[in-house]
Design a protein around this ligand. Structure first.
Ligand code: 13P
Length: 251
């Protein structure tokens, strides 16, 4: 059965001491969250080691926000999947729209990144989503479908057990403009069908598909109530432990 997941993506926010305090507050609040809702925090690379110490022994899992598309070597400034795994983190986000938009992340690079993350024992939160222009042109199904096919169709059903998908419409990220529950549900259902087409119904049913984009305590309940929405990938609201926990309590 697929997991309910509430994951916080801190993006490029907080210093290390601030991040440690935020993680401590999340761990404290996690005590109230039902055991069937998995909590994940995704922090900048610099925060992973100290935050790993904070979440150790708690129900909160730790994620990175990206990893290199190369195994190791002369790639100045990059951080490999093996390095991430050695910090104690269990997940990495890959393919966030901000990385696609600002850092030239292509589906081909993502295939390499997903391969390396899985090979190093990390689970992957793969982001897909259309931008405003694509949404207005009615291309959102096509765009998300292609992102899924170009990346995930290169993997096996067994590997899919270690992959979570996050649907994040770019026009809803950080804009305060949330997709309606109906808009989100129709894409989530479509993504699940796209997974079923390649891997079969059981794999599709077992894959968690999260919604991301201005998700907050006031709208999480309605979104999470949708049949194909299995939780959220939270940006801004994950920077306040109370809001992040309130979102998790919306389940
Ligand atoms: P916001 O919740 O700030 O819109 O960000 C969503 C997101 O990009 C999570 O990865």
């Amino acid at each position: 059965m697929r997991k309910k997941i509430v994951a916080g993506n801190w993006k490029m926010n907080t210093t290390v001491p601030e991040g440690v305090e935020l993680a401590k507050a999340v761990v404290a609040g996690a005590a109230n969250v039902p055991a069937d809702v998995k909590l994940i925090i995704a922090t900048p690379f610099t925060h992973l080691c100290p935050v790993a110490e904070v979440v150790k022994g708690s129900v909160v899992a730790l994620s990175a926000e990206n990893c290199a598309d190369k195994e190791k070597g002369a790639y100045t400034g990059e951080v490999s999947a093996a390095m991430l795994a050695s910090t104690g983190c269990q997940y990495t986000i890959l393919g966030h729209s901000e990385r696609r938009q600002y850092y030239g992340e292509t589906d081909a690079k993502l295939v390499e990144k997903v391969k390396l993350a899985l090979a190093n024992g990390l689970d992957v939160i793969l982001c897909v989503g259309e931008n405003l222009e694509e949404r207005e042109a009615g291309k959102h199904f096509e765009v998300c479908g292609n992102q899924i096919k170009n990346v995930l169709y290169n993997f096996t059903a067994e590997e899919m057990a270690h992959i979570v998908i996050a649907y994040e419409p770019v026009w809803a990220i950080g804009t305060g403009k949330t997709a309606t529950a109906e808009q989100a549900e129709e894409i989530h259902a479509f993504i699940r069908i796209t997974i079923a087409d390649k891997f079969g119904v059981q794999v599709a049913e077992d894959t968690s598909i999260l919604y991301g984009g201005s998700c907050k305590p006031s709208n999480a309940k309605e979104l999470f109530a949708q049949k194909d929405i299995d939780g959220g990938l939270i940006g801004g609201a994950a920077l306040k432990a109370d809001d992040f926990i309130a979102i998790a309590l919306s389940y």
